[in-house]
Structure formats: structure tokens, C-alpha cells
Design a protein. Structure first.
Length: 329
């Protein structure tokens, strides 16, 4: 419900009037009126209260309750969902979700993305959350199916992308000191040269699934050395405004935006799927099939490495020219 409707003290199901018996029935009160209003059955509440602070409460049997929207809406526009007095968590960005109704414990939501497209979201009693568009599993930039245990399924227009496979070998901890954890795609020790080839395919699959924007450049580089081997992933193509945000709690300190933070975490999960880890950092013990990192390049870093690439190319051309001159005597 938008602030302008709150200020007008409009009492209805949507903030814009409720259709009942074929007519739009807007009920508007003056600031002095703080009475109760009978409510339609659609939201499952039996009264609406607006106090002197502009806070609107939808109530049932004396407790906050609303099945087609937030049960408490503050004058600022902030809102709070509740059923029978119990808080209902919104499955995502609060401003983009609207509770439509609840049937047999199933919560039906409407989700609106950044482009203004509407999706259907269902939260089942066990906590499983499913997003659909035009009758098909679909969600851009986030998993379309989220299970209570946190596992995910990525779908785009009804097509399933196995970005984060489940299963894998269980954790082994025979001595209780150095638990061995296996990535979902770990089979045996492999060279990072081989793993990097598979990771490039995995990142392309993730791109099609919407894990990260399609215009980004994901680079995978491997390295071997006496102490082991590593895979380093870099991301280019984001502006500083897309990468960083200012946190008022930490003046002058730049932090990742929520979008970039989630993307980085997911890229790290993909990168580690082939790994076996027996590391215990509490005792400074490190044992990995390979070490890995994911780095988000901002505008300055992207420009720097572009210059380095051009300089390396110039050096190679100069060396080739010298070899050619030496060969010609």
C-alpha cells in the first residue's frame, strides 16, 4: 500500500478500493476518525484499524491477520505480514511481493521483478517455495524452487538447469579433527587444467540459468606450484555503481551490493564443486585438492588488466619481430 493512500485513510483490500457485490466500495475517513471498519472476507480479517499515527492494522479475533496483503502497514509504507498473529516471512524482497491469499496452509504470492513482470510464488506449509510464470517454473536471477533444507533448482521458462547438483559423497571425519568435505562433482584428484575446462562449461550453464547477467565476462585461470594448485576466477563488465554501495554504519567504506554479493557467493559455490577439502583453519592445517578464488573487477581493475593485456601483446609482437630479424641475419 503506497503512502499517498495511507495519508488519505483509504480502508480497503488493496489501497485502491475493494470490489464487493459489483461496486467499488472505498471507505475514506478523516484523521479524527479512528473507528473500526467491517472488512470483506477476501483477506480473512474482520476489522481494520487506523490509529492517529497513520498505521493501518488488519485484524481477526483481536490479532493481526491478512491473507491477501500485509497485516500491518505503517504510514512510511513499511509493512508486516501476519496470519493469526504470527509473523509471515516474505519469500524475497518485501517491496516486490504481495500476499494474495492462503489456502490449506499454502501461501500464494505475487512477485514483480525489476522489469515490472509478474510471477506467481507459492510457499507450501513445509516451507518449499516455488516461482512460476505463465504456468511454468521460471525466475530470473534467483532459484525458481527453494526447498526447506536450502537446496535449489534453477528454471528459466520451464527449462531446468542443474547449476548446483545435490548429492556427492558425505563428509568423512574418522579422527574428529580433520573432517573431509567433498564437492558435489568431486570424483578423484584431478589437475586444475582439466577442472578449469569443466568450470567454463559450468559457468556457461549458469549464464543461461540467469545466475549472473549475460553481458559479464567470466575468466578461469589455473596455476600449479610446489605447494599445490589453484583456480582463479575473475568477473569483468560491472560498473562501480553496480558493484559497490555505501553503508551508513561504515562511512567511507565501500561494500558489495546485495546483488553482487549473492552472485559472488554462487560463483564460489560453482568453483568449489570439484574440490576435496580437509582443511582445519583453527589449527592452521590446510589440505585442498585445489585452492580457489573469485574476484569481482571494478572499473579501475578492469582498465588496469586491459592495459596489462595490451602491453603483454606488444611485448610478444616485439619479441616475434626480433626473432624474425635475427633469422634473416
Amino acid at each position: 500500500m503506497s503512502p499517498e493512500y495511507l495519508n488519505a485513510k483509504t480502508i480497503d483490500q488493496t489501497g485502491r478500493g475493494h470490489q464487493k457485490t459489483g461496486q467499488w466500495a472505498n471507505k475514506t475517513q478523516t484523521p479524527a476518525e479512528l473507528s473500526l471498519h467491517a472488512a470483506p472476507d477476501l483477506g480473512g480479517y474482520d476489522e481494520v484499524i487506523v490509529d492517529e499515527y497513520g498505521t493501518t492494522r488488519y485484524m481477526k479475533a483481536g490479532a493481526p491477520h491478512r491473507e491477501d496483503g500485509p497485516a500491518i502497514v505503517f504510514k512510511s509504507g513499511d509493512s508486516y505480514h501476519a496470519l493469526n498473529g504470527d509473523h509471515v516471512g516474505v519469500p524475497g524482497d518485501d517491496s516486490r511481493f504481495q500476499l494474495l491469499h492462503v489456502t490449506d496452509g499454502n501461501q500464494f504470492w505475487r512477485y514483480t521483478d525489476e522489469d515490472g513482470l509478474d510471477y506467481d510464488a507459492l510457499v507450501e506449509p513445509d516451507g518449499k517455495t516455488t516461482f512460476m510464470k505463465d504456468g511454468s517454473y521460471h525466475r530470473a536471477g534467483d532459484p525458481a524452487v527453494i526447498y526447506p533444507d536450502g537446496s535449489e533448482e534453477w528454471w528459466v521458462d520451464g527449462t531446468f538447469y542443474e547449476v548446483f547438483p545435490g548429492g556427492g559423497r558425505p563428509t568423512e571425519d574418522p579422527d574428529g579433527m580433520y573432517p573431509t568435505r567433498f564437492g558435489a562433482k568431486y570424483t578423484e584428484w584431478r589437475s586444475v587444467t582439466e577442472i578449469s575446462k569443466d568450470l567454463r562449461k559450468d559457468f556457461e550453464l549458469a549464464r543461461r540459468a540467469g545466475v549472473f547477467p549475460p553481458h559479464l565476462t567470466i575468466s578461469v585461470r589455473s596455476e600449479k606450484y610446489s605447494g599445490g594448485q589453484s583456480i582463479n576466477v575473475t568477473v569483468d563488465g560491472l560498473t562501480d555503481a553496480e558493484i559497490y554501495t555505501e553503508d551508513p554504519r561504515y562511512p567511507g567504506e565501500r561494500r558489495y551490493t546485495e546483488l553482487v554479493g549473492k552472485m559472488k557467493d554462487r560463483l564460489e559455490r560453482i568453483t568449489k564443486q570439484y574440490n576435496r577439502s580437509r582443511t582445519n583453519s583453527m589449527v592452521d592445517y590446510f589440505d585442498e585438492s585445489y585452492y580457489s578464488s573469485v574476484t569481482i573487477h571494478d572499473e579501475r581493475a578492469t582498465a588496469f588488466w586491459a592495459r596489462e593485456k595490451e602491453a603483454a601483446k606488444a611485448r610478444r609482437l616485439a619479441a616475434a619481430e626480433r626473432r624474425k630479424q635475427n633469422a634473416n641475419g
